[in-house]
Design a protein around this ligand. Structure first.
Ligand SMILES: C[S@@+](CC[C@H](N)C(=O)[O-])C[C@H]1O[C@@H](n2cnc3c(N)ncnc32)[C@H](O)[C@@H]1O
Length: 250
């Protein structure tokens, strides 16, 4: 593995998985499992094993997007993988697509999009959030996601590029939606995510006023199952609801 590359180290303790993301370097990594010399990773490949000085064995893997979701630094509340799955599925996002995203927040959605699409440009209004997202994106090894610091409500009027998909996860979505049509390719999509029904209604009204659109709104609910010796049933913890997704196509 190469200098600066991010690596996922996975092991089991009492049959429970434990994992760390580390960077290939000359440094040592300390945890309750002991010390791992990260320079050993230079001669290893994904699938190989590495041991701490206490003899704990880890499998070496390349981090994938769900790993980045768990390990990324947080600023704004990131979009959940189940919701991101809906964005990808309903837009048919693919490797040739160019995507505009706002607000960047922790950069989780833009990282997932960047792992599939050709290019992603994402706008974040807060400089410190933009920097945190750039750091996460760099750790994910993505070079096709550009974080621009700015207010999407104003910046979208200056954008000259055209996009296959526009994703909006910001409180200002109703103000942005009427401006999206100008930057979409024919047949392109705009997808909005809102935690509240009131915002979703405002988005639908803004879409209707700037129509026509082929539009639908969904609530994507995930219900994890609890599996044990005693039986299997829907888990009692957590809430399946995260938000509403509106998908509109010109
Ligand atoms: C809920 S977070 C987005 C999370 C992101 N989708 C992710 O998966 O990590 C919303 C973000 O939008 C940013 N934001 C709010 N208004 C904005 C605007 N007008 N232009 C750009 N970013 C904005 C906020 O600062 C915040 O970081």
């Amino acid at each position: 593995m190469e200098n600066g590359e991010m690596v996922l180290l996975r092991t089991f303790l009492n049959e429970k998985p434990r994992e760390f993301i580390v960077c290939v370097s000359e440094d040592a990594f300390h945890s309750d499992f002991g010390i791992i010399e990260l320079s050993e990773l230079f001669r290893l490949s994904p699938g190989d094993r590495i041991c701490s000085h206490k003899g704990q064995e880890f499998i070496v893997q390349k981090p994938r997007m769900p790993d980045m979701f768990r390990h990324a630094q947080r600023s704004g509340a990131p979009m959940m993988p189940k919701d991101i799955g809906m964005v990808v599925a309903y837009t048919g996002l693919c490797k040739n697509d160019v995507v505009l995203d706002a607000g960047t927040g922790s950069g989780v959605l833009s990282m997932y999009l960047g792992s599939i699409a050709k290019n992603v440009i994402t706008y974040e209004i807060k400089e410190n959030f933009a920097n945190l997202a750039r750091n996460n994106i760099s750790k994910a090894g993505l070079h096709n996601v550009e974080v621009r610091c700015g207010n999407i409500v104003e910046e979208i009027d200056k954008i000259e590029e055209k996009f296959d998909v526009v994703t909006l996860d910001t409180i200002n979505s109703p103000e942005v939606v009427p401006k999206v049509r100008r930057v979409l390719v024919p047949g392109g999509f705009v997808v909005t995510y809102s935690p509240f029904i009131e915002q979703t209604i405002a988005i639908r009204k803004a879409l209707d006023a700037s129509g026509p659109w082929d539009v639908m709104t969904i609530e994507c609910i995930e219900r994890p199952l609890s599996v044990s010796e005693r039986g299997t049933r829907p888990g009692t913890g957590g809430v399946g609801h995260t938000g509403y997704i509106t998908i509109a196509r010109i």
